[in-house]
Design a binder for this molecule. Structure first.
Ligand SMILES: *Cc1c(COP(=O)(O)O)cnc(C)c1O
Length: 374
């Protein structure tokens, strides 16, 4: 279609109180990591997740690092991580001097397969990071079961799953700690930003200590431990609070778009699989991954190129960690993740899409997959 605007894969929507609250920061001078929006955002976010506490930080990767460090991950420890995730999940484990141990995915949820967990546990295993990939909850009961048996901590990497549910319970309240990202393409954005939620007060204190250079809260410039400067700014928290005020609408919009995709793609279900919402889950639809079935002759990368020509931006499903240079020495077979990664692509999903866009995207995808010429 000539002259058609291009459709980005993700886009933030900043149409609420973002500007007003940021102006308040500028006018009051509270632009750094002290200020009223930080506490308000943390409190509101904890409530949103059904957790008792939320500790803000400067991005989702530092949130993971803080959670791991606060739970005591260190050199010699092994932390189990799904191989199919964004690289930050594995990197945060390395930041602690610990070793990520990769586990393959479930085909239906694209998340950590709990049936493979037991065999990944060794005497050095200290914890598990469950990632809620693309907004669909991991199978938490299966994961918690193994964790309890072996006395392991569990962290939810919920960077992509704000507002998702597992058996009716909010993501962010299902483990020892959960981490979130507010990067520009996530469901809620603060530009850059992150959060750790927990219902354990001593863990909260440790997260705060590590976030703020390790400074003793009762003694200024006294540092009992080596901490980090991972604080969120009041400006970012101002944007975050305004975003959180709109979260119900954001999630409804995403759900409606996902329904529209499902309708439009039903005609080509012999060609593409979708990340089906399980009966026990409520998907947050951060992104909309589709997997090309074996009946599709055209290569995934060529589908992405063809869609780009149609003005549609897409993203490949993440490269599994065991294929990346820093982690390539991992032993094991990961056939499900390998297939999802070579056959999967993420379609546009954000608040500026309309139903016509979704029909157009689905129509073009179907066109290229069914090989019906140009
Ligand atoms: C985005 C993301 C992160 C990292 O968040 P940043 O804010 O970009 O540091 C971690 N894990 C997953 C699964 C993500 O998608």
């Amino acid at each position: 279609m000539i002259g058609r605007k291009s459709i980005p894969v993700a886009h933030p929507v900043l149409e609420g109180n973002e500007k007003k609250y940021v102006l308040e920061c500028l006018e009051s001078g509270w632009i750094s990591s002290i200020g009223p929006f930080i506490g308000s955002f943390e409190e509101s976010f904890a409530r949103f997740c059904g957790a008792t506490y939320a500790v803000s930080c400067n991005n989702g990767t530092s949130a993971l690092h803080l959670a791991l460090a606060a739970l005591g991950a260190g050199p010699g420890d092994e932390i189990i991580v799904p191989t199919l995730t964004f690289v930050a999940t594995a990197n945060a484990v390395r930041y602690c001097g610990a070793q990520p141990v990769f586990v393959d995915s479930q085909a239906c949820t694209m998340n950590l397969n709990p049936e493979l967990l037991e065999e990944a546990v060794t005497g050095r295993t200290k914890g598990i990071i469950a990632v809620h990939l693309y907004g669909h909850s991991a199978d938490m009961d299966g994961i918690q079961d193994v964790a309890r048996r072996h006395r392991l901590f569990v962290i939810e990497d919920a960077a992509e799953a704000h507002g998702a549910l597992y058996k009716g319970r909010p993501i962010g309240s299902l483990a020892h700690a959960a981490t979130f990202s507010f990067y520009g393409n996530k469901i809620l954005s603060t530009g850059e930003g992150g959060m750790v939620t927990t219902s354990d007060a001593s863990l909260r204190d440790r997260l705060r200590l590590l976030r703020g250079q390790g400074m003793d809260p009762d003694r200024r410039y006294w540092f009992p431990i080596v901490g980090y400067n991972y604080r969120m700014t009041n400006v970012a928290a101002a944007i975050g609070l305004a975003q959180l005020e709109q979260v119900d609408r954001f999630l409804d919009q995403r759900r409606n778009m996902a329904c529209k995709y499902e309708q439009c793609l039903a005609a080509v279900h012999n060609y593409v699989e979708i990340q089906t919402e399980q009966p026990w889950a409520k998907h947050a639809f951060w992104s909309y991954p589709v997997i090309l079935r074996d009946s599709v002759a055209i290569r995934r990368d060529d589908v992405m190129k063809a869609l780009e020509q149609d003005g549609i931006e897409t993203r490949p499903v993440f490269h599994p960690m065991h294929t990346l240079p820093p982690y390539r020495n991992a032993v094991g077979e990961y056939p499900v993740a390998d297939r999802l990664a070579t056959r999967g692509l993420c379609l546009p999903m954000h608040g500026l899409l309309n139903e016509d866009d979704i029909c157009y995207i689905s129509h073009r995808l179907a066109h290229w997959c069914t090989g019906s010429g140009t």
